[in-house]
Design a protein around this ligand. Structure first.
Ligand code: HEM
Length: 156
């Protein structure tokens, strides 16, 4: 993987341990991601953000989001991920979704997912703390990478 990506992960304290924690809890994460993603798209559709969703199939977009998160949590950060997230940034730039709105959506998603993780029963305290920290780091890393790719769209 490129030094630049490894450096970005190091700045966030994102380590292999974060990926292990997320992938170990993948069935739990998958069960939470879908309803949160559905609610996020419903929320965006009910606000001025809907201006960016004209003609967009909500079910398709929801599934794109779900697939994105599941792959990130399952596979972690590798070259394939970097290619995917660069494309994600470019797609959003092309839809004129400014970083402000994009970051708001990440905040919406991250806060609801963490809220749900805090409420999951029968999860060891250390495991829960590790998982919440790991997922938060992965989400913020992902947001930074996607927004970084906006510049790629501008340069191209
Ligand atoms: C949590 C934040 C978000 C994530 C993780 C996310 C993720 C994605 C992904 C993975 C794609 C597919 C990119 C590809 O074609 O390779 C996508 C496409 C798209 N996103 Fe987002 N997105 C987010 C926020 C938003 C917001 C705030 C809007 C606008 C209100 C938006 C509008 C779109 C549109 C219009 C597309 C293209 C859909 C299509 O091709 O049918 N996204 N998004």
């Amino acid at each position: 993987m490129r030094d630049e990506i490894m450096e970005a992960a190091a700045v966030m304290g994102l380590t292999e341990r974060c990926h292990v924690s997320a992938s170990r809890n993948l069935p739990l994460l998958k069960s939470l991601i879908r309803p949160v993603a559905v609610r996020l798209i419903e929320t965006l559709t009910a606000t001025s953000a809907a201006n960016h969703l004209v003609g967009v199939d909500s079910d398709r977009l929801t599934n794109l989001l779900i697939d994105h998160w599941e792959r990130l949590f399952e596979q972690g950060i590798d070259d394939a991920y970097v290619t995917r997230v660069t494309r994600v940034g470019i797609v959003h730039r092309e839809h004129d979704i400014l970083p402000k709105l994009y970051i708001q959506a990440y905040g919406w998603f991250a806060s609801r997912l963490v809220e749900d993780l805090t409420r999951v029963p029968n999860l060891d305290t250390d495991e829960r703390a590790d998982l919440i920290a790991s997922v938060t780091k992965l989400i913020f890393f992902d947001m930074a990478m996607a927004i970084g790719a906006y510049d790629v769209a501008l340069i191209d």
